[in-house]
Design a protein around this ligand. Structure first.
Ligand SMILES: *[C@@H]1O[C@H](CO)[C@@H](O)[C@H](O)[C@H]1NC(C)=O
Ligand SMILES: *[C@@H]1O[C@H](CO)[C@@H](O)[C@H](O)[C@H]1NC(C)=O
Ligand SMILES: *[C@@H]1O[C@H](CO)[C@@H](O)[C@H](O)[C@H]1NC(C)=O
Ligand SMILES: *[C@@H]1O[C@H](CO)[C@@H](O)[C@H](O)[C@H]1NC(C)=O
Length: 432
């Protein structure tokens, strides 16, 4: 008994000192680790269509496919407490620190579930099956990572400081701490990153502003690489000024009540009458009907997540400038912060193209091929591998597509095997 006390005591000291908690699958309830997901589940139990994946937590999705997981709490340099997941292949449980780590970076208004929700072909499970050590980040402000060492996310003033962040902080702090934590945990010198859509924005931000940090990567796969979003494509078609006005009118989470927003939308889209409208709406967002399983729509909607309004504002500023740049606070504050009236652009020439792999869609209307071409032209060299998906029905649905395995997952797996630093892969399953 007394030993148990000592062990608990030392573990709690360790938590305080390093900001990292390891938790094996099992004991923690969805309510305690993600109250928003618990709320969605309560709603969809009444109004959903009964698909077991609806509003499932990442832990539940992982276990439902026969894998196990570990949950880690990682504290960033500016105090945000992220809840990250690691998929454990039960056949390689003991060997997990010898498997090559791959970090998957989710898109905007999404979470770790992005890599787990495609019924037959999720990239998270595909890579775990192939013997990779798969890590899933949850950016600050998602329902998994709404905690801070001293800021209150619930603080309901006009401008709650917890929500005062954008993709800049996610790239500079969240990705950085997560990569360092994975390296600490596994002992690997270099890790592989796969980032999709806004995930790619965060990687571009970090690689251009912290070029020295690129040593930690062997390859970085950018799916729908979003260095430029202003001139062509979906974001360019949205009236920019009204969008900026909307997202700058106050700060806080967006959607402000994400549990109710997504679960009610999900339930609505199950309805026979509303379903075609939902499918059309999501079709316009870049999801092709031929790649889109309409009967899974409620699942995909229910698994979306939130971000900050400031993040969306920063995106629309980047659309207006047609370049990722520091946040625009207006002339006076810009001078004080940056020494210039305009916020400086992120220096893409700092990015090491030899570590980059592009995966883009010829017909992706969100990250239009002409935008991708501008990004290619802005780099100091050719990217290592430039893979263009030619299928006419393949748009922006890299994660939810019916043929995600054929066009995305299997290609990513081949690229990691061929281009990743294979000498580091110490897979040895014979002991298990
Ligand atoms: C937030 O983090 C603090 C400090 O680690 C912890 O004590 C608290 O339980 C966390 N709250 C939630 C809701 O996870
Ligand atoms: C990684 O380990 C170093 C050295 O022990 C420590 O200073 C740092 O806080 C750790 N970082 C993370 C994110 O765990
Ligand atoms: C679409 O989803 C439904 C419900 O999950 C499933 O039964 C069906 O097999 C899926 N269709 C395809 C083409 O994946
Ligand atoms: C793999 O592990 C087994 C059992 O632990 C060991 O006997 C064998 O030498 C290892 N093989 C390699 C290539 O390290």
């Amino acid at each position: 008994m007394i030993y148990f006390f000592y062990i608990t005591f030392y573990i709690s000291i360790f938590h305080k000192c390093c900001g990292v908690t390891v938790e094996k699958a099992g004991p923690a309830s969805v309510e305690s680790t993600n109250p928003t997901v618990a709320e969605k589940q309560a709603f969809l139990q009444l109004f959903g269509n009964g698909d077991p994946d609806e509003a499932a937590s990442c832990g539940q999705l992982i276990e439902s496919r026969g894998f196990q997981y570990e949950r880690y709490y990682v504290t960033t340099e500016d105090g945000y407490i992220l809840q990250n997941f690691r998929i454990i292949n039960p056949y390689a449980r003991e060997a997990r620190n010898t498997l090559k780590p791959v970090l998957l970076v989710h898109p905007i208004l999404a979470s770790c579930a992005s890599w787990l929700f495609n019924s037959p072909a999720s990239l998270g499970f595909l890579l775990a099956n192939l013997g990779y050590d798969v890590w899933l980040i949850n950016a600050r402000g998602t329902s998994y990572s709404t905690n801070h060492t001293h800021l209150d996310p619930e603080g309901n003033s006009f401008y709650p400081v917890f929500w005062d962040y954008s993709f800049y902080e996610i790239g500079i702090y969240d990705v950085t701490s997560t990569v360092e934590h994975i390296k600490n945990e596994t002992g690997f010198e270099k890790i592989t990153v796969v980032a999709y859509s806004q995930g790619s924005i965060q990687m571009i931000t970090q690689m251009s502003l912290m070029p020295w940090f690129q040593d930690n990567y062997d390859i970085v796969i950018l799916a729908a690489p979003a260095g430029f979003v202003g001139e062509y494509g979906f974001f360019a078609s949205i009236p920019n000024k009204p969008a900026q006005e909307f997202f700058s009118s106050s700060n806080g989470p967006y959607p402000s009540n994400s549990a109710f927003f997504y679960s009610s939308l999900s339930a609505l889209c199950v309805n026979q009458l509303a379903s075609p409208i939902c499918v059309t709406f999501f079709g316009n967002l870049g999801f092709d009907r031929n790649q889109f399983n309409a009967s899974r729509l409620s699942v995909y909607i229910s698994l979306r997540d939130r971000s900050s309004k400031k993040n969306l504002l920063h995106i629309f500023q980047s659309v207006e400038r047609d370049h990722l740049s520091f946040f625009d606070y207006g002339e006076v504050k810009n001078y004080a912060l940056y020494g210039s009236a305009e916020p400086p652009e992120f220096p893409y020439y700092n990015i090491n193209p030899n570590k980059l792999i592009f995966m883009s869609g010829l017909n992706d209307q969100v990250i239009d091929q002409r935008n991708v071409q501008k990004f290619r032209n802005s780099l100091c060299d050719r990217v290592d591998t430039d893979h263009i998906i030619q299928d006419p029905y393949w748009k922006h649905s890299f994660l939810a597509a019916n043929e995600a395995y054929a066009y995305f997952g299997s290609v990513v797996a081949d690229l990691i095997r061929e281009r990743g630093d294979s000498t580091e892969c110490r897979l040895n399953l014979s002991g298990n």
